[in-house]
Design a protein around this ligand. Structure first.
Ligand code: GLA
Length: 697
């Protein structure tokens, strides 16, 4: 059983490999006594113990591993909850109220409450035993019948990393056009803060991170992984205090934040998903890939189609005649989904106008989009469309009609970015308008795929609330608005697949994957850069969600085969202008799309192995293998530009030792043990890539 309860005082949450224990000390503090390897016997788990002040400057809270520290007492660790009550009191005193355990759902709720101010905090835990994931989140409730409670901060949770180690943190950072760089840094005495204040998750830091105490590599080492399921402003604080204790708090960013809980109102935080391993970074990746696929994605088992996207081919210059030609060419090489990107809607000829007016541009599509959609369907492809629902250009009918619908401060200048403003997604009328427009598009044009974009960061986050509530809630209510619109559309059109995009990888997280089936990682489609972006992405996010297009971007002499092989390691797409491709290029495309379709099951649903990182060598390699180890594919990339051929040895450490394998193109049939020990010799010419399927015999 994944959740044990002992005397209503101690709870043990177990997954396949990890355990997480929480319980009350004698003084009544709820502490996290253990997070790590699953132990054989319940008696072996550490019991909750009280700690003592070290002197009059450092109280017990500096070392006590509180599960959910709130602002109170002589405490200087980061609290997860800061409130202000009607009389100005800012401390909370929480006592145990009750717990509820639902063994069928592997779900535990622990209720704590402040009896003076009638404020309740519920800690929720859900255990995904086989997936090795535990999820936790918080609910708060103002039970006072009369007074509001002001919430200045409400994080989703806190983690106390064991021992007095020098922990390090691995996370991805970047910017537009350069997302998902992997960094590996020491925590200092003091705090490391990662956050977004940009309204979305951001290109700059990703809220899925790994902490580790000693050494780590792909296959060995202890790691604690934490991922926040939230697509708005977030904050992670990792603190190593002067008593050598390391804590991590994470949740919705409290910067410019305020929540007013009216009497009887509740609020629920986004979830944190977490996992422990002693099997290195790869185990964390596998755990999250599997979890995201099996528990978050709306269409977990649908093979992702080979797509064509018009953006880099035509930019805003979209029209029926050319799109039809492109569609014909795309179908000819085996594309299965044709997506019309930006430029198709009313008044959209550049980034100056049109956003908000979500109907076809009558000059470009005199009879609407249906003739194109029908044509695409007749060619045997699905039809997809780009939208950017949250945005509006001042030069649009929508803005002229509803200038008050955008985020703004009445008496401040409006900052435009890419000539656009941000619609206030917290306003029900905005959601209603968007639902109606998007639903008609999907219905009228038989759409199977939507790319949902969001192309700017925030400014002037004002909100004239009709109900007099705090406008600082915008950071939360905006994201909830996006989620709820998306959810409504997903329910109305369950067969549509969705892509998340925010100028590339600005909104990628375990929150958005409850709505989006795949993601656009970066506007940078140069394969030499993409190899790195895709590696960073793979730390947490699965190949099934990783859309990657072949384009002309980057170094012009990059071979087309190389471009295809980089894109084939995720969800393959083409973004080039096919009307400019030669017969030879079309043949190459046809060949690789065919190969991809033969092997996509393994790439999209298999396990990924980062065999040689591009950060370590100019020759890098990844593999995908199915669960029973009977089939796999190797991708090898040589970024060295010199032209001589060289033999590289790849060690495929994921084979079954006692089974015999054969790699395409090599005559030898050897045991898995042999290949793993002696490697697979592959001949690579300069600046080239190889695709090598293999089989168990
Ligand atoms: C963003 C996206 C691109 C493309 C453009 C269209 O930059 O990331 O893929 O859709 O918008 O304006």
């Amino acid at each position: 059983m994944p959740i044990f309860e002992i005397d209503g005082k101690l709870w043990l949450l177990e997954t396949k490999h990890q355990a997480y224990a929480i319980g009350f000390t004698e003084k009544g503090f709820l502490v996290n006594t253990y997070w790590g390897e699953r132990l054989d016997n319940i008696r072996n788990y550490p019991l909750p113990r009280d700690h003592f002040a070290s002197d009059s400057f450092d109280s017990e809270f500096e070392t006590l591993p509180e599960e959910f520290p709130v602002l109170n007492g002589m405490k200087f660790v980061e609290p997860c909850l800061i409130t202000r009550f009607f009389d100005g009191t800012r401390d909370l005193e929480l006592d145990f109220e009750k717990f509820e355990l639902d063994p069928q759902a592997n779900f535990l709720r622990i209720y704590l409450s402040d009896s003076v101010y009638h404020f309740r905090v519920v800690l929720n835990f859900r255990v995904y035993e086989h997936e090795d994931i535990i999820e936790k989140w918080i609910e708060i409730e103002n039970m006072d019948g009369v007074n509001d409670a002001i919430v200045k901060r409400i994080f989703s949770g806190n983690f106390c990393l064991g021992g007095e180690h020098d922990y390090r943190i691995i996370h991805t950072w970047g910017k537009w056009f350069n997302e998902m760089n992997i960094s590996d840094d020491s925590l200092i005495h003091g705090k490391v803060v990662l956050e977004s204040r940009r309204l979305t998750t951001s290109h700059h830091h990703n809220p899925s991170v790994i902490f580790y105490p000693n050494k780590i590599c792909e296959s060995h080492g202890e790691a604690y992984a934490i991922s926040l399921g939230w697509s708005g402003n977030w904050k992670l604080v990792a603190e190593k205090n002067s008593l050598e204790k390391t804590r991590v708090t994470v949740g919705i960013n409290d910067w410019d934040f305020e929540l007013v809980l009216k009497p009887q109102q509740t609020f629920q935080t986004p979830p944190i998903y977490f996992s422990w391993t002693d099997q290195g970074i790869r185990a964390i990746s596998h755990t999250f890939h599997n979890f995201i696929q099996s528990h978050l994605l709306p269409h977990p088992n649908k093979p992702r189609k080979v797509l064509y996207n018009s953006w880099e081919a035509t930019f805003f210059n979209v029209n029926l005649v050319e799109q039809k030609k492109l569609a014909e060419m795309a179908a000819g090489v085996g594309v299965e989904l044709f997506v019309v990107d930006d430029g198709w809607f009313h008044g959209r000829n550049s980034d100056q106008a049109g956003l908000g007016d979500w109907w076809h541009d009558a000059k470009k599509f005199p009879n609407g989009l249906q003739p194109l959609s029908d044509f695409v369907h007749q060619l045997g492809m699905d039809f997809g469309l780009w939208i950017e629902p949250e945005m509006v250009n001042p030069d649009s009918n929508l803005y002229r009609l509803h200038p008050d619908w955008v985020l703004h401060f009445d008496k401040r200048k409006q900052t435009l970015a890419r000539n656009q403003c941000i619609l206030n997604m917290a306003i029900p009328g905005v959601q209603e308008y968007l639902f109606e427009k998007i639903a008609s598009l999907i219905e009228d044009n038989d759409i199977q795929f939507i790319k949902w974009d969001m192309n700017r960061n925030v400014s002037e986050p004002g909100w004239d609330r009709e109900d007099g509530g705090s406008s600082c809630e915008i950071w939360v209510r905006y994201v909830e608005g996006v989620y709820s619109l998306w959810q409504r559309l997903a329910m109305a059109f369950p067969r549509v697949l969705w892509q998340t995009c925010s100028g590339g990888g600005g909104r990628i997280d375990t929150g958005i994957f409850r709505y989006a089936d795949q993601a656009w990682l970066s506007d940078n489609t140069d394969p030499l850069k993409r190899i790195f972006i895709q590696e960073g992405y793979s730390l947490f996010y699965p190949a099934l969600t990783m859309e990657s297009w072949v384009t002309e971007s980057g170094y012009e002499n990059t071979p087309l085969d190389f471009r295809f092989l980089v894109s084939m390691s995720g969800v393959l797409g083409i973004g080039s202008n096919l009307l400019h491709w030669s017969d030879t290029e079309m043949k190459i495309a046809k060949k690789w799309i065919h190969v991809y379709k033969e092997h996509r099951e393994i790439i999209q649903f298999g396990r990924q192995y980062r065999l040689i990182s591009p950060r370590e060598s100019e020759v890098s390699a990844i593999a995908y293998q199915n669960d029973d180890c009977s089939k796999g594919v190797l991708f090898v990339y040589n970024r060295k530009m010199e032209s001589e051929s060289q033999t590289v040895i790849i060690y495929p450490l994921m084979l079954e030792r006692n089974k015999v394998y054969q790699f395409d193109g090599l005559e030898n049939r050897q045991s898995g043990a042999d290949w793993m020990q002696n490697g697979v010799p592959l001949v690579l010419s300069g600046f080239s890539a190889l695709f090598v399927p293999y089989n168990m015999l």
